[in-house]
Design a protein around this ligand. Sequence first.
Ligand SMILES: *Cc1c(COP(=O)(O)O)cnc(C)c1O
Length: 372
Amino acid sequence: MKVPLLDLKPQYEQIRAEVEPMLLEICASQAFILGPKVEECEKAVAAYCGARFGVGVTSGSDALIMALMVEGIGPGDDVITTPYTFFATAGAIARVGAKPVFVDIDPVTFNLDADKVAAAVTPRTKALIPVHLYGQMADMDALMAVAEEHRLIVIEDACQAIGAEWNGRRAGSVGDYGCFSFFPSKNLGCFGDGGMVTTQDEQKARKLAIYRNHGMDPKYVHHVIGGNFRLDALQAAVVSIKLRHLDQWTHGRQQNAVRYEVLFAETDLLQDGRVSLPQKIGSRHIYNQFVLRAERRDELLAYLHEHGIGAEIYYPIPLHLQDSFRSLGYRQGDFPESERAAKETLALPIYPDLTSDMMKQVVQTIADFYGV
Ligand SMILES: *Cc1c(COP(=O)(O)O)cnc(C)c1O
């Protein structure tokens, strides 16, 4: 039996009857850009995230760029973030002309280590971008305390964390901005690229809406230079429909995480330390990824692929060691926990439609690899 890392086809079957008439309705209307479908989606996603406003944009990457643009962050400014994330987080900082300043992660959650963030702040630091990696929020109490002390703008990269909670507050509702991606492999994905920025501040929401449309306000009057960051009606309508199912799908992922814990505990893999499972730290983890640490990780990955099991490394090269960031002057050894995570971690299939037989197969194949 093959077990893919992610298979969206069963999910589509669940929503097909809702989605297809909606897509045809939008085609018949020939109204594709922004408009009521986007507004409806913005209201629903913002409410789900516990934020007052949502501004639909072209992607999660553009959501990050827009938050930085609206704050006027650019050349001469430093922005602190983690080197253990998808490229877009730091790419956005560089693309507005600011400098990414990396800080190492906490080895348990894989998220920014708040004490190290506090130590890295300088007078040039303007903003902080914590990433809620794999679906679990960073320690927002500690990070917000650092940000408040130094008056930093906080932009949550919540692309992997829609609906995740930290002390009862949802991803995207705590910082100045929350950035979400509707890339198909995220927990709330559309049928192409899409994203959203959330905020509690009406003034910021207004600015975001203006920057999203070339800084135009009113028509053909441009006081600022924005861009085309508009979400389209087809994608917004898909997101609105899928959002109604999201809690059920998240529950399925959480149940699968518990099932993995049981299945692994039935082997000797955990006791002998060959594998260690992700830790949930007192918050709502939405398991965009189920990421463990494993001995001889690269060999295990090859073995899983040979045996038809989908698995992936998120992410094999920390950002401070990427060629494109060489000019920042970082070296191997600068962020030991990020470098170790990049060598040891592996994501297993966790999507809600996995069957228990598929999960047994995953764990059995790992046990076979280690010969236990
Ligand atoms: C997916 C992702 C992004 C980028 O989102 P896109 O919609 O693909 O542009 C940014 N940050 C993180 C952490 C992500 O996982």
